[in-house]
Structure formats: structure tokens, C-alpha cells
Design a protein around this ligand. Sequence first.
Ligand code: PGA
Ligand code: ZN
Length: 418
Amino acid sequence: MSEIESVSAVEILDSRGRPTLLATCQLADGSRGQASVPSGASTGAAEALELRDGDRERYGGLGCLKAVDNINHEINLALAGEDFSDQAALDSALIKLDGACKKSRLGANAILGVSLAFCRAQAAQGKQPLYAHLAQMADAHHRLPIPMINLFSGGAHAGGQVAVQDVQLVVPTAQSMRRTLEVTSDVFRAAANLTLDRYGTRLLTADEGGLAPPFESSEAMLQTADEAIEIAGYRPGEDVALTVDVAASQFYADGRYHLDGVALSSAQMVERIETWAWRFPIISVEDGLDEADWAGWRLLYERLGKSQMILGDDLLCTNPARIERAISSEAANSLLLKVNQIGTLTEALAALRLARGAGWQIVVSARSGETEDDWLADLAVGWAGDFIKVGSITQSERLAKYNRLLYLEQIEGLPLRD
Ligand code: PGA
Ligand code: ZN
């Protein structure tokens, strides 16, 4: 049992310089946990609500003082002195206290902060590393996930120079996290030199630390990734593969996909993705269609579902009801798991279990707005995610997670998923 003495929060800044919050949970036995909450830019319509102040005098309305205040007062008042047997008990108390659809009253950012801080406090109470505590909660055999590492960005994560949001690297044959990052670094450097030569501009990095040169098209972005793999001395598709986050909801309007200057129907968008999958060493397509285009998703699944991960982010929003629909209608075969899309650890675990039960692959994901907190690495390990997606190998808020994985591999001896 874990009696809560207090919960509290402060407003801090994320990797885009926007406010978020850091929550603390103090247990009566002296154990303590802290966690900070990430924030997305290309958010799905079905996500739980991130409460922002709306006061344009502060951070253009993005302040989190109301969410902080909700933790410091209403949530603290409700939880202090209460004894919770486990994470599920705490999370259900939070959901009940909020009482609103999408956690819009207290804010999903406030609720998730407390959910995570309590989890860390319980791990401390049990004198366990966070990943081991999370593995116990999920009844999972912990192992290191395979990283999907950001190389190039467009869309909402960069200047919008091309429609497709992210192209990532996967090193399928690497036997270790250490080797994965060595290979990735070789390809990243080759890509940086190639794009510098080709586009002649000072290299700008996008929100997740990927390179964002002014590609003329999404194809050029994929083509350059393919070339960079070869220049670095690796075989595309064998040594290093690509994954793509199309983030198609971002360029879907009036029934058309506005892809780099052309307006495509849903069927044409599916054809375009098929062409990419045929031309480039892609193993996973995330959000290839708009979040409401269920017919398009089914068509994509029918065409590519046997050979590719059809990965749902905005489509699913880590929401069990949406995952259920995608399973029964055969619209996807992989889940992008972002805990702040749903708002508590318990609900995120339910989403994961549902997807796992259908034989899906799980990609545990950060948000484009992150902090130096590394809890996500432990979550991906403890819940035995197949993949982890936290951005590029630049920028400390991304490296906090990779460095934690490197530590767990080298000091705690955890194996990489095979
Ligand atoms: P977001 O993007 O965190 O900006 O929503 C990440 C993603 O789309 O996977
Ligand atoms: Zn996405």
C-alpha cells in the first residue's frame, strides 16, 4: 500500500521552450517520485485534453499554471492521506475526480504528471529501478526496444518544406543498443554532409533533432535517406531500414491529401505510399492516411499490411475504443503508444494489452515537445515495447532516453529485443 502525503507541481519548459509541468508525489513513508509531462505538435483530434491557460500575456496562451494549480490544490486535497494499493487504484481515483470526457476539467497534463510521479514513488518505495516496477505492473519480460531514430523531418516538425513529417532509421540486424547508435551516427553524418553539399544551406534541425533541408519533395527526402545509408557503407534494407511518419492528418483538407503541391484522393494517397514502399527500404508507415479516413486505412492495410507495419498514431490516440475499431475493421497492425494521448499509465497499459492481444507491434513514443526526463525509456523497457521512437541522436531531451537505454544495456545487462 502507498499512502500519499502530498502531490505538487511546478511549471517548467519543454524542448520547444513551451511550458509544461513537473509533478512530485511524496508518499507517507518518505518515498518520493517526480516526472515531467511531454507535449505534441501534430496532435490527434481524439487525444485527451492538454490544459493550457489561454492567457495570451504569458507564452502566447500556452502557460500551464492552471494545470499546476489543479495538482497543488484540488488533486492534492483529494489524494493526501489516501492509501492506494497500486497504479490502477490511483489512476481510477484521478479519472473519477476529473469526471470529464477527455480529462478536460483538470487537464490530461495534470493527471498524467501525478500518474507518473506516483509510479516513480512506488518504484522508490519498492527499491526497484523504474523499468522493473513497470515490468511488474505489466507482467512483462523486460527487454530493450529497437529504436526508430529520426533522420529527416518536414511537416509540423520542421518548416513544412515537405508534407511528410519524419523519416527514421532502424538498424534491424544490430545486436545491441550501442551498435544501433554507432550505425545511426554514421548514417546521420553522411546525411548531414550530403544535404549540406546538395542544398548548400546551414543545416537546421527540426523539433525532434532531425535534419530539415529544403527538400523539393517527400520522395527526395526518402531518396536522400536511402543514399545516406549507402554512403555510410551500409546496405539499405538489410543493414539499415527506414520508417516513415507521414502524419497525413496534417495535410488533409476538403477530402484531399495536399502532398507537396498535388491534391490526391484517398486511393491515390495509398498508391503513393505503395510506390514509396516499393522504391525505398521502408518497414513501417505511420499515419499514412488522415485520422478520420477509416476506409483509406483499410485499403492501405489490405495493400501493405502483410509486408509493412501499418502504424496508428493520430488514428488511434492510444485509445482502447479506437484500437478496438482498428482491430475489428483491419485498419492497422501496430500501435504508437503515447501515454499523454490518453492521460494515465493504467489506460495506456490497457491500450497496449489490447493491441498485443491482436498480435500487433508496439512502438513506444515520445512527443515532439519533450524534457530531459527519461521515464519513457524505462516504460518502453518495462512494458516490453517492440520499438521506441524518441527522435534524433541530437538534442539532450532525446539523448536522455537513448543514454538511459545505453546504461540499462551496459550496466544492468538488459538484452535488445531480437
Ligand atoms: P507530436 O509528433 O508529438 O508532435 O504529435 C510525434 C508523432 O507524430 O509521432
Ligand atoms: Zn506520428
